[in-house]
Design a protein around this ligand. Structure first.
Ligand code: PGA
Length: 249
């Protein structure tokens, strides 16, 4: 079954609203007619401007985070309803930077996944091992644990709405891309894990991205692998020229 390739940009904590307007304007222009599906995930404060400019184009918009409670006394947080009301379609959940710097656990990530689904946001669920875990040969076990807990209580039907991103921590922002074989092997194992939890059809329908120093030069080779269905791109998504090449890789 053919899965469409998705080029997703994670802008992280970059781009003021003014800078974001320039970047999204360039991206919309350069990604017009792109071969792959295109998604950008700007910082929260950039969302209104980015959504406005991306409206009616092939560039979809996601958030990088939200809080799983519906509303109330959670100073500094933003809810799924707030994102939905703006017109946001996707939300990144469980990025390793959130796990590391903001102490997000698999349980918190599970709450976010189920809340996003309840509210009609598409989760881009991230997982990935550290260098130590890779060297200890526990990569597959570790990632299966992350996936199984994150998907606790998620129905087979809802699983078809989730995008998974495999991002080895040692490859994020380091310029050290996993080899296509290394990346594909883990993405294939994630698919096997989904087949075990749900069934083969559900596993085959799921979009699984690779992330970690994806750039314009390595994207095509990665995206051609059997179990890699696109990329979650950090650094290279901030350059419209580079990201448009990835959007067509
Ligand atoms: P990078 O980031 O492309 O800059 O390595 C990827 C990510 O963390 O999503």
């Amino acid at each position: 079954m053919a899965r469409k390739i998705l080029a997703a940009g994670n802008w992280k904590m970059n781009m003021t609203p003014t800078e974001a307007k320039t970047l999204i304007t360039e991206l919309v222009e350069k990604c017009k007619g792109a071969k792959n599906d295109v998604l950008v995930c700007p910082p929260l404060v950039d969302l209104p401007a980015v959504l406005e400019i991306a409206k009616g184009t092939n560039v979809k918009v996601g958030a990088q985070n939200f809080y799983y409670m519906d509303k109330g006394a959670y100073t500094g947080e933003v809810s799924a309803d707030m994102l939905k009301d703006l017109g946001v379609e996707y939300v990144i959940i469980g990025h390793s930077e959130r796990r590391e710097y903001f102490s997000e656990t698999d349980e918190i990530i599970n709450k976010k996944v189920t809340k996003a689904l309840e509210k009609g946001l598409i989760p881009v669920l991230c997982c990935g091992e550290s260098l130590q875990q890779r060297e200890d040969n526990v990569t597959f076990d570790f990632i299966r644990t992350q996936i199984k807990i994150a998907l606790r209580g998620v129905s087979k039907e809802d699983m078809t709405k989730i995008v998974i991103a495999y991002e080895p921590i040692w490859a994020i922002g380091t310029g050290k891309v996993a080899t296509s074989e290394q990346a594909n092997e883990v993405c294939a194992d994630i698919r096997n894990c989904l087949a075990a939890i749900y069934d083969q059809e559900t596993a085959d329908r799921t979009t699984i991205l690779y992330g970690g120093s994806v750039n314009k030069d390595c994207a095509a080779e990665l995206f051609a692998m059997s179990d890699i269905d696109g990329g979650l791109v950090g650094g290279a998504s901030l350059k419209s020229e580079d990201f448009s090449i990835i959007a067509n890789a």
